[in-house]
Write a protein that binds this ligand. Structure first.
Ligand code: RIB
Length: 310
């Protein structure tokens, strides 16, 4: 089985259910707050593990109870957690998330130990990068670390996948040349390219990124499906699965991991995205980041049922 490595963030999410997302200056009441393991990197790792991949995560946590909760969640999902670095005197990353009654969220991340993942940590783990086939990044760890590690991965002929979230104010242009597949959502695509009206200018925006050397651009469009522009496969849209949305948290993370797993099996991009779409469709029907991610068996049952119902 091909090996997938995720280099990225691990957070604990403080999830608050709200009737509506508060506007500037507004105070609103919520009933409770739940603590759920999250972080874009950790969510991707959790999804890959639950879906049966050979998956390792390289990242940093503190020496606190949040780290213990995260390690337990990932271990239970069969993720190799032995490369997670524990810092003695720092706090594990935290995210404060509001989820409104439509399932839409707002996320504020307090980077904590995610901000400590350094080039030196990458140098200490070059053999790990070399031992993997696919390396996945997101942008909740220092950007210079991402660029440095992606360059090493590319130089060693690994497939590099980037989930460009959150999009930084100044995106490191150098990164594009090391990336094979990028998976922005509409907002991220607009921020990356400066194209304001993505609905009317999707292809223009995608071409801007393709022209920077990225082979495959996968744009998730929520209820409108997924738009793919691929060097090998051309451009096409895969429609969304119709589901009742409860909470979209981690849907993008699970999508990226699921797509990577199918590509690791040597299957084509269309097959990979159809599978990823099914995984994301299940994730959005449940609350919480890692709690919402399904096991492989459930995804296969979902796909079979969908096929039976035409
Ligand atoms: O993508 C969802 C994740 O973003 C949350 O789990 C939160 O921790 C932030 O990293």
């Amino acid at each position: 089985m091909k090996k997938i490595l995720i280099i990225g963030s691990l957070n604990i999410d403080m999830v608050i259910e709200v009737e509506h997302t508060p506007v500037v200056g507004e105070t609103i009441m919520a009933q409770n707050m739940e603590m759920i393991p999250g972080g874009k990197g950790a969510n991707q790792a959790c999804a890959a593990g639950k879906l049966g991949a050979d998956i390792t995560i390289l990242g940093a946590v503190g020496n606190d109870m949040y780290a213990d909760i995260q390690m337990r969640s990932l271990s239970e999902a069969n993720v190799d957690v032995s490369y997670i670095i524990r810092r003695e005197k720092a706090n594990t990353g935290l995210a404060v998330i509001t989820v409104n009654k439509d399932g839409d969220n707002n996320i504020i991340v307090i980077a904590g130990t995610n901000a400590t993942l350094s080039k030196e940590d990458i140098d200490n783990n070059v053999d790990l990068i070399k031992s993997c086939d696919i390396v996945i990044f997101q942008l909740e760890i220092p950007l210079n670390t991402v660029v440095y590690a992606a360059k090493i991965a590319k130089e060693n002929n690994k497939t590099v996948i980037l989930d460009p979230a959150p999009v930084p104010e100044k995106f490191p242009e150098e990164l594009y040349q090391y990336v094979d597949i990028i998976k922005p959502n509409e907002t991220e695509l607009s921020m990356l390219t400066g194209v304001k009206d993505i609905d009317g200018n999707l292809e223009t925006a995608v071409d801007i990124i393709r022209n920077k050397g990225v082979k495959d651009v996968i744009v998730t469009l929520g209820g409108n499906g997924v738009y793919i522009s691929s060097e090998k496969n051309g451009s096409f849209i895969i429609p969304a699965n119709k589901v009742d949305v409860v909470d979209t948290t981690a849907a993008g993370d699970a999508f990226t991991a699921a797509m990577a797993i199918v590509l690791a099996e040597g299957k084509d991009l269309k097959t990979a995205i159809e599978f990823a779409n099914a995984v994301a469709a299940i994730v959005v029907t449940r609350k919480g980041a890692q709690f919402s991610i399904p096991e492989l068996k459930e995804v296969l049952e979902y796909i079979n049922l969908k096929e039976e119902n035409g």
